[in-house]
Write a protein that binds this ligand. Structure first.
Ligand code: TYD
Ligand code: MG
Length: 452
């Protein structure tokens, strides 16, 4: 028997070290170095021999023939949009997300709905559990085979028999390969098994979808290299207490990363939400103070979201500030701007801010709606529900322009809003609008226009 060989890996960045140290010299994290058994048996991985025959030669860029990207359309519209028009053949996709968010459900749903032959490999659930899930999703006849296996060599053996056109692995952290002796889920196993799957994907032009766990910081568990190795990294996110789920591309070698897909988790699986604005805005009969509608842009898709604020006198000594779906530091900044530039005394008030639907938004264009909702709650004057906002607020209290303003105006108009409040510094190119534009330059002006 061969001598057992071990190496030290950093669990944070995946770098290799000759001996244990307290701090990783690559990423400077403390206490992340772990000893792992490594023993590579070159013969036993996916068709190791084929590479030796095909030695690639360097070519000039104009000598290279461009193969048209062949894409498999999944008929899951939101996923196709996020991917930029379907899955590219031979690409490897990694889907990350919190436990219970719906990763397995999403991929099983796709596996059951497409016409291609799919092999769904699960290392987490038994075949009958998957059957139960499939019954909930209520899909009809499909071309999907379910395998419960965690050893890559055995998986490849099955693949050679089945010859799937599509491979799904749930999840990469449960796999292990015979070629090294570390335990499943360890850095070296994740890296080796992913490398084998990538090799298989490239050589057979089969798309491979991997599910990845995330660690408590929200990163995909395992080495960062994993994200470098695959072609597409998708993140499935959302608040578990809410039904809405957002699919985002973090990396996409075949398309943009600005697209986004929205789903709703129902009792019979995930439903694609094609008109998100309608559901994100709570329908209410009478106007309540403290709410404002923001026009945001998620990817290239305009999205109307509702911002709710509650401003009340602080009962305890230190005023509380809390947000869901919005950056708390940004809220502090906005409150400081309102205090200093517009003279609102908010220093002794509790401020709670909420983006409805449990989604979180990074678009700075929602700043003005945040300001409007805070002032509306503070003054206890409701803002008419047919007004929407899109502008960034600067430190000097100035209302700043935002990107793709025409698109935002058009969407607001389409959804039946009557007034659109934005910065006067925007370059609005389209002239004719059925919506009234209110152009403001300063926070005070916005306040005067709204509550006049
Ligand atoms: P799952 O796909 O198992 O999550 P992950 O693989 O990301 O860990 O999703 C599990 C959750 O989704 C679970 O809490 C139940 C819920 N769910 C539904 O609400 N409707 C359904 O049709 C299914 C299949 C699951
Ligand atoms: Mg799962």
């Amino acid at each position: 028997m061969a001598k057992i060989k071990t190496t030290f890996f950093c669990q944070n960045c995946g770098s290799q070290h000759a001996k244990w140290t307290g701090q990783c010299s690559t990423c400077n994290e403390w206490n992340t170095i772990v000893e792992e058994v490594v023993q590579k048996d070159e013969k036993r991985t996916w068709k190791q021999t084929t590479t030796e025959k095909s030695v690639s030669k360097p070519l000039k860029i104009n000598e290279i023939e461009r193969n048209p990207e062949e894409r498999i359309v999944t008929y899951n519209k939101e996923l196709d949009v996020v991917l930029g028009g379907g899955l590219v053949k031979g690409s490897v996709l990694l889907l990350g997300g919190e436990p219970g968010i719906g990763k397995s459900t999403l991929l099983l749903q796709i596996a059951l709905s497409i016409s291609q032959k799919v092999l769904y490999v699960s290392g987490e659930e038994s075949q009958s559990q998957i059957k139960m899930r499939a019954e909930r999703i209520q899909s009809s006849e499909s071309n999907c085979l379910i395998l419960t296996e965690t050893n890559t060599q055995k998986i490849f053996k099955n693949i050679e028999e089945v010859r799937p056109e599509f491979l799904i692995i749930d999840s990469i952290q449960t796999l292990h390969t015979n070629s090294i002796e570390a335990s499943p889920g360890s850095i070296s196993q994740i890296r080796e098994t992913t490398a084998e799957l990538i090799k298989y994907a490239k050589e057979t032009a089969t798309p491979v979808l991997l599910i990845g766990h995330i660690n408590k910081e929200g990163q995909i568990a395992g080495p960062k290299i994993l994200e470098h190795m695959v072609d597409v990294v998708l993140q499935f996110e959302g608040d578990r207490n809410h039904a809405y789920r957002i699919l985002r591309a973090q990396k996409n070698r075949f398309g943009s990363t600005s697209e986004l897909g929205i789903y709703e988790m129902l009792s019979d699986g995930l439903r694609e939400v094609s008109n998100p604005s309608e559901i994100l805005i709570s329908k209410k009969d009478n106007d309540l103070s403290g709410t404002a509608i923001a026009s945001t842009l998620e990817g290239v898709r305009p999205l109307m979201i509702e911002i709710q604020a509650l401003v009340s006198t602080a009962v305890y000594g230190t005023p509380q500030r809390s947000t869901t779906g919005y950056n708390l530091k940004r809220l502090h900044m906005i409150l400081a701007v309102l205090e200093k530039r517009a003279g609102f005394k908010l220093g002794a008030k509790d401020v709670f801010l909420n983006v409805t639907g449990g989604i979180s938004v990074d678009d700075p264009a929602i700043d003005l709606a945040v300001v409007a909702s805070i002032l509306s709650s503070n003054e206890d004057i409701a803002i008419s529900p047919n007004v929407c906002f899109a502008a960034e607020v600067g430190l000097a209290g100035e209302i700043r322009p935002v990107s793709k303003i025409d698109q935002r105006i058009l969407e607001a108009e389409k959804l039946g809003y009557k007034k659109f409040v934005t910065s006067k510094y925007n370059k609005i190119t389209s002239k004719k609008h059925n919506i009234q534009l209110l152009l403001v330059g300063k926070v005070e002006e916005a306040f005067a226009t709204l509550f006049a």
